[in-house]
Design a protein around this ligand. Structure first.
Ligand code: SF4
Ligand SMILES: [Zn+2]
Length: 337
């Protein structure tokens, strides 16, 4: 495809893509069923109380996010249209039942005490999750100790506090900070500034809502040599904003726009070593929980000998929140940047 680069970034050699260009680069969506979450699982996660507990994570099927972030591939498992009122609560029922959990009826003895309702977008976007469904959703999740949803900072408003009242348990809102690099954040097309993130965090924290931040390790347009430094700066900023937990996401390709950038040397995924450096540094900050997203980690593995133990080290650090000794290998340091 032919992309026309434009904007003041030309002088800084940083391209900007419009919504239309991001959309034009996309491939096809996956087939999804509006009656089912597109995935669900139980995972272990270190909790602020200092121990590992189980979390039910539901990836709800719903209308795609209206933003067009340059790096985002979450649209792949979404619908074009809003779902009918009642569809989201039905998806939650289905997943909880399949996971052997009892909606709205959990007790202290239950093994799964937390739930993530991730919707590939923004929980407080009423075209994705109808407000009319909030009550029915609350009935199903209020027995969990923590309910974690995703949301864009610009969509954090009174609705968050109202939903926290409805669930009458701890709400946690996960927001993408992505990076605090000002020029790159602008070009991620997220339509958000660090000030927006800070204001949204203030609003949430003032209501007693916990905040989690997603931070990209080596976002597109960033020099590989700067990826770790900006991930650390971004974590520091997030913790300064009152964020309780930072989740490091190794930036991945796969949405079309990223492949276009890759062809022009404007994006390369982080190395495993960069991820290790950022994670070690995040834990060393000692400001809150830090996780690294291992979902697609196999793609970063280059050496069959050290790749698996290094991945296991990251998993163990996710669960222990303590830095462990680095894995050494005769391949040298993998993927030097
Ligand atoms: S706001 Fe989140 S879900 Fe929406 S496009 Fe951006 S990264 Fe993707
Ligand atoms: Zn090796």
């Amino acid at each position: 495809m032919n992309l026309v680069w434009y904007g003041p970034g030309m002088t800084a050699q940083l391209p900007t893509l419009t919504d239309a260009q991001v959309l034009a680069a996309r491939g096809a969506k996956n087939a999804v069923d509006p009656r089912r979450p597109y995935a669900f699982l139980v995972e272990a996660e270190y909790q602020p109380v200092g121990r590992v507990e189980s979390v039910a994570t539901l990836f709800l099927t719903n209308r795609e996010c209206p933003f067009r972030c340059l790096f985002c591939d979450l649209w792949k498992n979404t619908t074009d249209e809003s779902l009918a009122v009642g569809a989201i609560p039905a998806q939650i029922d289905f997943a909880l039942c399949e996971l052997g959990l009892r909606p709205g009826d959990a007790t202290e003895a239950d093994p799964v005490r937390h739930i993530k309702l991730y919707n590939s977008g923004n929980f407080f976007d009423h075209r994705a999750i109808p407000f009319q469904d909030h009550g029915a959703i609350a009935e199903r999740v209020r027995a969990f100790k923590t309910v974690i949803v995703e949301n864009h900072p610009l969509l954090c408003n009174d609705g968050c506090a109202r939903f926290q009242d409805q669930i009458a348990t701890q709400l946690e809102v996960a927001m993408g900070l992505e990076t605090t690099h000002p020029e790159i954040l602008k070009r991620l097309n997220k339509r958000m500034t660090v000030g927006d993130f800070s204001r949204a965090s203030d609003v949430l924290v003032a209501e007693g809502i916990r905040v989690r931040a997603f931070i990209l390790v080596q976002p597109p347009l960033m020099a590989a040599t700067e990826g770790v430094e900006w991930a650390i700066r971004s974590m520091q900023f997030a913790f300064d904003c009152g964020v309780e937990c930072c989740s490091l996401i190794p930036t991945r390709g796969g949405n079309g726009a990223m492949e276009t950038l890759m062809l022009r040397d404007h994006f390369q995924p982080p190395t495993l070593e960069a991820l290790e450096d950022a994670f070690d540094a995040g834990l060393a900050l000692g400001r809150g929980r830090v996780f690294v997203d291992l979902w697609d980690i196999a793609k970063l593995v280059r050496c069959p000998r050290c790749g698996p133990p290094r991945t296991q080290r990251l998993q163990a650090m996710n669960l222990g929140q303590t830095e462990l000794p680095r894995v050494t290998c005769d391949c040298g340091v993998e993927g030097l940047t």
